[in-house]
Write a protein that binds this ligand. Structure first.
Ligand code: FES
Length: 293
Protein backbone atom coordinates (compact mmCIF):
# COMPACT_ATOMS: atom_id res chain seq x y z
CA UNK A 1 0.00 0.00 0.00
CA UNK A 2 1.24 3.49 -0.82
CA UNK A 3 1.24 6.10 1.97
CA UNK A 4 -1.23 8.40 0.26
CA UNK A 5 -3.81 5.65 -0.27
CA UNK A 6 -4.87 6.34 3.30
CA UNK A 7 -5.79 9.89 2.33
CA UNK A 8 -8.07 8.48 -0.34
CA UNK A 9 -9.79 6.57 2.43
CA UNK A 10 -10.39 9.85 4.24
CA UNK A 11 -11.95 11.30 1.10
CA UNK A 12 -14.34 8.34 0.88
CA UNK A 13 -15.37 8.41 4.55
CA UNK A 14 -18.93 9.77 4.99
CA UNK A 15 -18.37 9.80 8.77
CA UNK A 16 -16.32 12.97 8.28
CA UNK A 17 -19.38 14.72 6.85
CA UNK A 18 -20.72 15.13 10.39
CA UNK A 19 -17.97 17.69 10.90
CA UNK A 20 -17.33 18.81 7.32
CA UNK A 21 -20.91 19.79 6.43
CA UNK A 22 -21.63 22.00 9.48
CA UNK A 23 -18.27 23.69 9.00
CA UNK A 24 -19.09 24.38 5.36
CA UNK A 25 -22.45 25.86 6.34
CA UNK A 26 -20.84 27.98 9.06
CA UNK A 27 -18.31 29.39 6.60
CA UNK A 28 -21.11 30.27 4.17
CA UNK A 29 -22.93 32.07 6.97
CA UNK A 30 -19.86 34.06 7.98
CA UNK A 31 -18.61 34.81 4.47
CA UNK A 32 -21.61 36.53 2.91
CA UNK A 33 -20.02 39.46 1.13
CA UNK A 34 -19.08 38.64 -2.45
CA UNK A 35 -16.17 41.10 -2.53
CA UNK A 36 -14.64 39.50 0.57
CA UNK A 37 -15.07 36.01 -0.87
CA UNK A 38 -13.54 37.09 -4.17
CA UNK A 39 -10.58 38.62 -2.35
CA UNK A 40 -10.01 35.45 -0.31
CA UNK A 41 -10.34 33.13 -3.31
CA UNK A 42 -7.76 35.19 -5.21
CA UNK A 43 -9.95 36.46 -8.08
CA UNK A 44 -7.98 39.75 -8.05
CA UNK A 45 -4.78 37.72 -8.36
CA UNK A 46 -5.94 35.34 -11.10
CA UNK A 47 -4.65 32.52 -8.88
CA UNK A 48 -5.81 30.81 -5.68
CA UNK A 49 -4.64 32.92 -2.74
CA UNK A 50 -4.47 30.22 -0.04
CA UNK A 51 -1.46 28.24 -1.33
CA UNK A 52 0.54 31.44 -1.80
CA UNK A 53 -0.14 32.64 1.73
CA UNK A 54 0.50 29.16 3.12
CA UNK A 55 4.05 29.40 1.80
CA UNK A 56 4.64 32.43 4.00
CA UNK A 57 3.26 30.78 7.14
CA UNK A 58 4.86 27.38 6.72
CA UNK A 59 8.07 28.87 5.32
CA UNK A 60 8.41 30.98 8.47
CA UNK A 61 7.90 27.95 10.70
CA UNK A 62 10.37 25.77 8.77
CA UNK A 63 12.95 28.55 8.83
CA UNK A 64 12.48 28.97 12.59
CA UNK A 65 13.02 25.24 13.02
CA UNK A 66 16.32 25.47 11.15
CA UNK A 67 17.47 28.52 13.11
CA UNK A 68 16.72 26.72 16.35
CA UNK A 69 19.62 24.35 15.67
CA UNK A 70 22.00 27.19 14.76
CA UNK A 71 23.79 28.78 17.76
CA UNK A 72 22.74 32.30 18.84
CA UNK A 73 19.77 32.58 16.45
CA UNK A 74 16.91 32.09 18.87
CA UNK A 75 15.70 35.68 18.62
CA UNK A 76 15.27 35.63 14.83
CA UNK A 77 13.63 32.20 15.19
CA UNK A 78 11.16 33.72 17.65
CA UNK A 79 10.46 36.56 15.21
CA UNK A 80 9.81 34.04 12.42
CA UNK A 81 7.34 32.13 14.59
CA UNK A 82 5.50 35.37 15.33
CA UNK A 83 5.41 36.11 11.58
CA UNK A 84 4.11 32.60 10.86
CA UNK A 85 1.33 32.98 13.43
CA UNK A 86 0.26 36.41 12.15
CA UNK A 87 0.28 35.32 8.50
CA UNK A 88 -1.70 32.19 9.41
CA UNK A 89 -4.78 34.37 9.95
CA UNK A 90 -5.30 35.40 6.29
CA UNK A 91 -3.96 32.00 5.18
CA UNK A 92 -6.67 30.21 7.15
CA UNK A 93 -9.37 32.66 6.02
CA UNK A 94 -8.49 32.03 2.36
CA UNK A 95 -8.41 28.29 2.98
CA UNK A 96 -11.85 28.26 4.61
CA UNK A 97 -13.28 30.29 1.72
CA UNK A 98 -11.99 27.69 -0.75
CA UNK A 99 -13.14 24.85 1.49
CA UNK A 100 -16.73 26.06 1.55
CA UNK A 101 -16.94 25.80 -2.25
CA UNK A 102 -15.23 22.44 -2.52
CA UNK A 103 -16.93 19.13 -3.17
CA UNK A 104 -17.62 16.55 -0.47
CA UNK A 105 -14.45 14.51 -0.92
CA UNK A 106 -12.29 17.62 -0.79
CA UNK A 107 -14.06 18.83 2.33
CA UNK A 108 -13.53 15.51 4.11
CA UNK A 109 -9.78 15.77 3.57
CA UNK A 110 -10.04 19.49 4.24
CA UNK A 111 -11.31 19.09 7.81
CA UNK A 112 -8.39 16.83 8.67
CA UNK A 113 -6.01 19.29 6.96
CA UNK A 114 -7.51 22.13 9.03
CA UNK A 115 -7.36 20.10 12.25
CA UNK A 116 -3.67 19.34 11.73
CA UNK A 117 -2.98 22.99 11.03
CA UNK A 118 -4.97 24.02 14.09
CA UNK A 119 -2.83 21.74 16.27
CA UNK A 120 0.28 23.15 14.61
CA UNK A 121 -0.76 26.74 15.30
CA UNK A 122 -1.62 25.95 18.93
CA UNK A 123 1.83 24.40 19.25
CA UNK A 124 3.56 27.43 17.79
CA UNK A 125 1.55 29.75 20.03
CA UNK A 126 2.77 27.72 23.04
CA UNK A 127 6.30 27.78 21.61
CA UNK A 128 6.15 31.57 21.28
CA UNK A 129 4.95 31.99 24.86
CA UNK A 130 7.75 29.75 26.14
CA UNK A 131 10.35 31.74 24.20
CA UNK A 132 9.03 35.07 25.44
CA UNK A 133 9.32 33.75 28.99
CA UNK A 134 12.97 32.97 28.43
CA UNK A 135 12.53 29.22 28.00
CA UNK A 136 13.99 29.02 24.51
CA UNK A 137 14.95 25.34 24.64
CA UNK A 138 11.45 24.31 25.57
CA UNK A 139 10.05 26.61 22.88
CA UNK A 140 12.27 25.00 20.26
CA UNK A 141 11.12 21.50 21.23
CA UNK A 142 7.47 22.49 21.07
CA UNK A 143 8.16 24.21 17.73
CA UNK A 144 9.65 21.07 16.19
CA UNK A 145 6.71 18.99 17.36
CA UNK A 146 4.33 21.56 15.87
CA UNK A 147 6.30 21.49 12.62
CA UNK A 148 5.90 17.71 12.39
CA UNK A 149 2.12 18.01 12.72
CA UNK A 150 2.05 20.96 10.32
CA UNK A 151 4.03 19.01 7.74
CA UNK A 152 1.39 16.29 7.82
CA UNK A 153 -1.25 18.99 7.36
CA UNK A 154 0.69 20.44 4.43
CA UNK A 155 0.87 17.00 2.81
CA UNK A 156 -2.91 16.79 3.03
CA UNK A 157 -3.17 20.25 1.47
CA UNK A 158 -0.90 19.14 -1.36
CA UNK A 159 -3.09 16.09 -1.87
CA UNK A 160 -6.16 18.31 -2.11
CA UNK A 161 -4.47 20.51 -4.71
CA UNK A 162 -2.72 17.90 -6.84
CA UNK A 163 -4.76 14.73 -6.39
CA UNK A 164 -8.22 16.20 -5.86
CA UNK A 165 -7.57 19.18 -8.16
CA UNK A 166 -8.87 21.74 -5.65
CA UNK A 167 -7.87 25.18 -6.88
CA UNK A 168 -6.68 23.74 -10.19
CA UNK A 169 -7.94 25.14 -13.49
CA UNK A 170 -10.40 22.53 -14.73
CA UNK A 171 -10.69 24.08 -18.19
CA UNK A 172 -6.96 24.29 -18.81
CA UNK A 173 -6.99 21.58 -21.48
CA UNK A 174 -9.36 23.33 -23.86
CA UNK A 175 -6.80 25.28 -25.90
CA UNK A 176 -4.84 22.05 -26.32
CA UNK A 177 -7.65 19.67 -27.31
CA UNK A 178 -10.30 22.01 -28.72
CA UNK A 179 -10.22 22.24 -32.53
CA UNK A 180 -8.16 25.17 -33.78
CA UNK A 181 -9.82 24.87 -37.19
CA UNK A 182 -13.28 26.25 -37.93
CA UNK A 183 -15.88 23.61 -37.06
CA UNK A 184 -19.56 23.65 -38.04
CA UNK A 185 -22.02 23.35 -35.10
CA UNK A 186 -25.34 23.89 -36.86
CA UNK A 187 -27.51 26.80 -37.87
CA UNK A 188 -27.62 30.07 -35.95
CA UNK A 189 -31.42 30.13 -36.25
CA UNK A 190 -31.75 27.08 -34.00
CA UNK A 191 -29.93 28.82 -31.11
CA UNK A 192 -32.47 30.25 -28.59
CA UNK A 193 -32.09 33.97 -27.92
CA UNK A 194 -30.13 34.65 -24.71
CA UNK A 195 -30.24 31.04 -23.47
CA UNK A 196 -27.17 28.96 -22.64
CA UNK A 197 -26.84 26.06 -25.07
CA UNK A 198 -24.33 23.25 -25.40
CA UNK A 199 -22.56 22.19 -28.56
CA UNK A 200 -19.85 19.56 -29.01
CA UNK A 201 -16.88 20.16 -31.25
CA UNK A 202 -14.18 17.54 -31.47
CA UNK A 203 -13.80 16.16 -27.96
CA UNK A 204 -14.99 19.21 -26.06
CA UNK A 205 -18.28 20.75 -24.95
CA UNK A 206 -18.88 24.41 -25.71
CA UNK A 207 -21.27 26.87 -24.08
CA UNK A 208 -22.95 28.86 -26.83
CA UNK A 209 -25.13 31.91 -26.22
CA UNK A 210 -26.76 33.95 -28.97
CA UNK A 211 -27.69 37.52 -28.18
CA UNK A 212 -29.20 39.11 -31.26
CA UNK A 213 -26.61 39.05 -34.01
CA UNK A 214 -23.82 38.21 -31.60
CA UNK A 215 -22.80 34.67 -30.64
CA UNK A 216 -20.60 33.95 -27.60
CA UNK A 217 -18.80 30.64 -27.13
CA UNK A 218 -16.87 29.57 -24.03
CA UNK A 219 -15.56 26.28 -22.67
CA UNK A 220 -18.56 24.50 -21.17
CA UNK A 221 -16.56 22.98 -18.31
CA UNK A 222 -16.25 25.48 -15.45
CA UNK A 223 -12.64 26.33 -14.62
CA UNK A 224 -13.40 26.05 -10.89
CA UNK A 225 -14.62 22.46 -10.57
CA UNK A 226 -15.91 21.25 -13.95
CA UNK A 227 -19.61 22.17 -13.70
CA UNK A 228 -21.51 22.27 -17.02
CA UNK A 229 -21.91 26.00 -17.62
CA UNK A 230 -24.74 25.47 -20.11
CA UNK A 231 -26.86 24.52 -17.07
CA UNK A 232 -26.17 27.95 -15.55
CA UNK A 233 -27.93 31.21 -16.30
CA UNK A 234 -27.08 34.22 -18.42
CA UNK A 235 -27.23 37.65 -16.79
CA UNK A 236 -29.10 40.37 -18.61
CA UNK A 237 -28.70 43.31 -16.22
CA UNK A 238 -26.38 46.28 -16.39
CA UNK A 239 -22.84 45.62 -17.47
CA UNK A 240 -21.46 43.08 -19.88
CA UNK A 241 -23.40 39.81 -20.32
CA UNK A 242 -22.12 36.96 -18.16
CA UNK A 243 -22.82 33.33 -17.38
CA UNK A 244 -23.30 32.19 -13.78
CA UNK A 245 -22.03 28.72 -12.91
CA UNK A 246 -24.79 26.41 -11.63
CA UNK A 247 -22.67 24.83 -8.88
CA UNK A 248 -20.87 27.53 -6.88
CA UNK A 249 -21.88 30.72 -8.65
CA UNK A 250 -18.69 31.78 -10.41
CA UNK A 251 -19.47 34.50 -12.94
CA UNK A 252 -17.66 34.65 -16.29
CA UNK A 253 -17.91 37.41 -18.88
CA UNK A 254 -19.33 36.03 -22.12
CA UNK A 255 -17.23 38.35 -24.28
CA UNK A 256 -13.86 37.01 -23.22
CA UNK A 257 -14.30 34.44 -20.44
CA UNK A 258 -12.81 36.72 -17.76
CA UNK A 259 -13.71 35.97 -14.13
CA UNK A 260 -16.09 38.53 -12.64
CA UNK A 261 -16.74 36.62 -9.39
CA UNK A 262 -15.19 33.50 -7.89
CA UNK A 263 -14.64 30.94 -6.54
CA UNK A 264 -13.04 30.42 -9.97
CA UNK A 265 -9.81 32.33 -10.41
CA UNK A 266 -8.89 31.17 -13.93
CA UNK A 267 -10.80 32.54 -16.92
CA UNK A 268 -12.85 30.35 -19.23
CA UNK A 269 -11.21 29.51 -22.54
CA UNK A 270 -13.03 31.16 -25.43
CA UNK A 271 -13.90 30.21 -28.97
CA UNK A 272 -13.83 32.34 -32.08
CA UNK A 273 -17.18 32.42 -33.85
CA UNK A 274 -18.24 33.12 -37.43
CA UNK A 275 -21.42 32.62 -39.41
CA UNK A 276 -21.39 31.33 -42.97
CA UNK A 277 -24.59 30.82 -44.93
CA UNK A 278 -26.56 30.89 -41.70
CA UNK A 279 -24.38 28.23 -40.07
CA UNK A 280 -22.28 28.80 -36.97
CA UNK A 281 -18.61 27.81 -36.95
CA UNK A 282 -16.34 27.73 -33.91
CA UNK A 283 -12.58 27.50 -33.36
CA UNK A 284 -10.81 27.47 -30.02
CA UNK A 285 -8.99 30.69 -29.09
CA UNK A 286 -7.34 30.59 -25.70
CA UNK A 287 -7.65 32.37 -22.39
CA UNK A 288 -8.76 35.82 -21.40
CA UNK A 289 -5.64 37.77 -20.48
CA UNK A 290 -6.74 39.37 -17.22
CA UNK A 291 -9.43 39.04 -14.55
CA UNK A 292 -12.48 41.25 -15.10
CA UNK A 293 -12.31 44.61 -13.39
S1 FES B 1 -17.86 24.48 -10.65
FE1 FES B 1 -17.62 25.77 -8.94
S2 FES B 1 -18.11 27.72 -9.68
FE2 FES B 1 -18.30 26.46 -11.38
Amino acid sequence: MRPFDDIDRLAKSPALDKVAAPLRDAVHKVLRRQDVKDALHGVWLGHPLHPMLAQLSLGSFVSAGVLDVVPRTRRPATALIALGLVSAVPTAAAGWADYADGHEEQQRVGVVHAAANGVMLAGYAASLVARLRGRGGRGALIGWAALAVGSAGAALGGHMAYHQAMGANHAEGYPHIGPGDWTDVGTVAELPEGEPTRRIIGDVGVLVVRRGEQVHALADRCAHASAPLHEGRVTNGDGPPCVVCPWHGSVFRLDDGAVVHGPATAPQPTFRTRVRDGRLELAVTGYAAVPAS
